[in-house]
Design a protein around this ligand. Structure first.
Ligand SMILES: [Zn+2]
Length: 448
C-alpha cells in the first residue's frame, strides 16, 4: 500500500500516515534492495540477501528486511547485487583541448561511462602529473558524480605524448611527493608509463615518491628493453603492493619462449607485487590470458584502461572485460572480487568495494544473461562466451544514479493525470522530485 501512495506527488505527508503503525521516525531505510543475490567478497557473502541503505550508507544486509520500514523498496530478485565496481585504470582527464593527449582528447568524461556499467569508483592512471594535477582536480574530479581518484604521473607534465613521457628531467620526486601529500586519499599512487629509454629511472623515481607518500606505484612498462627486463622489475624493483598493469598483454615477456607463464610473474606475486589487467587498446591477448588462467595465475584486479580508442575496440567497458574472465572459466564470485574488494584494497580505500554496514552505499545491480557472445582481444581475435553481465541499477552514495529498465520507477499508467514527480531525493539522483520545474526564468541566467 505504501508503494502506491508514494507514487503520488504528496508522498511526504502520506508517508507519515503509512508508517504511523510502526511509529514516527521508523523509516529505517531510504532504499531497500530486496531479494537479490548479494556477492560481497570482503564479507565472504554470496547468497540471496536484502540490502538496506540509509543516509548514503549501507545500513543492513540480512535474509529479510521489512519493506514497511523502507521509503523505497526495489525488487531485485533474479539479479546480482555487488559493491559498486572499482576500476583502477581509466583515463578521464578529458577536454577538447590537447590532441593525441591523455590530458586532452584521448580521455573520456567519467560520468558518461561509469554508472551504466556499474562502476562507481575509478582511479585515473596517470593522465596528470604534479604540474597539472590541480587543473585535473578542478575540472574533472570535483565536478564528477563518479568517485574519481588518481594515480599521479611521475612525469610532471602528465601523459601528453612521447616528448613529455620520455623526459627524465621532468620526473621529479619532490614536487610529485608534495602533491601526493597535499591530496592524501585522492592521489592513490604514482604512475610510470610509456617510457622507451633503457634506464630504470622512471620506476626508481616513482618508487621514491611512493616511499615518501606511503602509496603504491602503477607500472605500464613502456617499450621492452634488454637493459631493464620485466623479470628484474617484478622480482627486484617493484615493492609489495606495487601494481603491474597490462599483465596479460604478452608484449613484455609475460610468457616465456615455450609459451608458459614467465616464472618471474609467480616470483613477483609471491613477493606481493599486484598484477592488474588494464585491458586498454593494446594490453589483452587471448593466448596470454588463457595460459595464465590455465596455470592458475588469476589477475589480482580487473580494470579497463578506458580511453577513446579502447572503448570502441576489444575492451568496450568494465562489464565486457569481466565477461571475458567468465568466458575464461572464472566464477562470478571470483570476477566480482577482482572488480571490487581487491582493487579497493590496492588503492588503500578499504571502505570501498564492499557492502559492510556503514560502508558508503555504492552498489551495482547486475543481470547475468546467457546466450552466444563474442569477445575480442587487442589483435581483434575473437573468443566465444555464453555469459554477459548487464548493469540494471547503479547506486552511488545511497542514490540511484542509473536505472536501465526503470525498475525503481512507477508504471506511468498508475500515476495521477498530469503527473510530474516520481522520485524522492533521498534515494533518487536521476529524477528526484525536487527537480520539478515551475515557470521558466524570464531571462537567461548569466554564465558562471
Ligand atoms: Zn592506461
Amino acid at each position: 500500500m505504501n508503494k502506491c501512495l508514494l507514487r503520488s506527488s504528496f508522498a511526504a505527508p502520506l508517508l507519515l500516515i503509512v508508517v504511523a503503525p510502526f511509529g514516527f521516525g521508523q523509516v529505517q531505510f531510504d532504499l531497500l534492495l530486496q531479494g537479490g543475490h548479494v556477492i560481497d567478497p570482503k564479507n565472504n557473502l554470496s547468497a540471496v540477501r536484502d540490502v538496506g541503505i540509509l543516509n548514503g550508507r549501507i545500513a543492513a544486509v540480512a535474509e529479510h528486511l521489512d519493506a514497511a520500514s523502507a521509503l523505497k523498496t526495489v525488487d531485485v530478485s533474479g539479479l546480482y547485487v555487488t559493491p559498486g565496481l572499482v576500476d583502477i585504470h581509466v583515463h578521464v582527464y578529458a577536454s577538447a583541448g590537447e590532441a593525441n593527449s591523455y590530458a586532452g582528447d584521448n580521455s573520456v568524461f567519467p560520468d558518461g561511462f561509469t554508472f551504466r556499467v556499474g562502476v562507481t569508483t575509478v582511479a585515473d592512471a596517470g593522465c596528470a602529473g604534479w604540474r597539472n594535477f590541480e587543473d585535473f582536480k578542478e575540472h574533472i574530479i570535483d565536478r564528477s558524480k563518479t568517485r574519481v581518484l588518481a594515480f599521479i604521473n611521475i612525469v610532471g607534465a602528465g601523459m601528453r605524448g612521447p616528448k613529455f613521457e620520455n623526459n627524465l628531467d621532468d620526473m621529479q620526486v619532490e614536487p610529485t611527493a608534495e602533491m601526493c601529500l597535499r591530496h592524501k586519499g585522492l592521489i592513490v599512487g604514482i604512475k610510470t608509463a610509456h617510457y622507451t629509454g633503457p634506464e630504470w629511472t622512471p620506476v626508481e623515481r616513482a618508487v621514491a615518491v611512493g616511499e615518501k607518500a606511503g602509496i603504491p606505484i602503477m607500472v605500464d612498462f613502456g617499450a621492452t628493453r634488454a637493459e631493464r627486463p620485466t623479470s628484474i622489475l617484478w622480482t627486484q624493483k617493484m615493492r609489495p603492493g606495487d601494481i603491474y598493469t597490462h599483465c596479460f598483454s604478452g608484449i613484455r615477456n609475460e610468457l616465456d619462449d615455450s609459451g608458459n607463464l614467465n616464472p618471474a610473474m609467480w616470483t613477483g606475486r609471491k613477493r606481493g607485487v599486484i598484477f592488474d589487467v588494464g585491458h586498454g587498446g593494446g594490453s589483452f591477448a587471448w593466448p596470454v590470458a588463457a595460459e595464465a588462467i590455465k596455470e592458475g595465475f588469476l589477475p589480482d584486479s580487473i580494470s579497463t584502461d578506458i580511453h577513446i580508442t579502447s572503448m570502441n575496440a576489444g575492451m568496450k567497458d568494465m562489464l565486457n572485460v569481466m565477461d571475458k574472465f567468465l568466458a575464461l572459466g572464472l566464477s562470478l564470485d571470483d570476477v566480482v572480487l577482482r572488480s571490487t574488494w581487491n582493487p579497493a584494497r590496492q588503492i588503500q580505500h578499504p571502505e570501498l568495494g564492499n557492502l559492510s554496514v556503514d560502508a558508503p552505499a555504492d552498489v551495482a545491480v547486475l543481470r547475468l544473461i546467457e546466450g552466444q557472445f563474442g569477445f575480442t582481444d587487442m589483435y581483434g581475435a575473437r573468443s566465444n562466451g555464453t555469459k554477459k553481465l548487464i548493469c540494471e541499477l547503479a547506486v552511488r552514495n545511497g542514490k540511484v544514479v542509473y536505472d536501465l529498465n526503470g525498475i525503481t520507477r512507477p508504471d506511468w499508467t498508475t500515476l495521477p493525470k498530469g503527473y510530474r514527480e516520481t522520485g524522492d531525493s533521498r534515494w533518487d539522483a536521476v529524477t528526484p522530485a525536487h527537480r520539478r520545474r515551475t515557470t521558466p526564468p524570464a531571462t537567461t541566467p548569466a554564465p558562471r
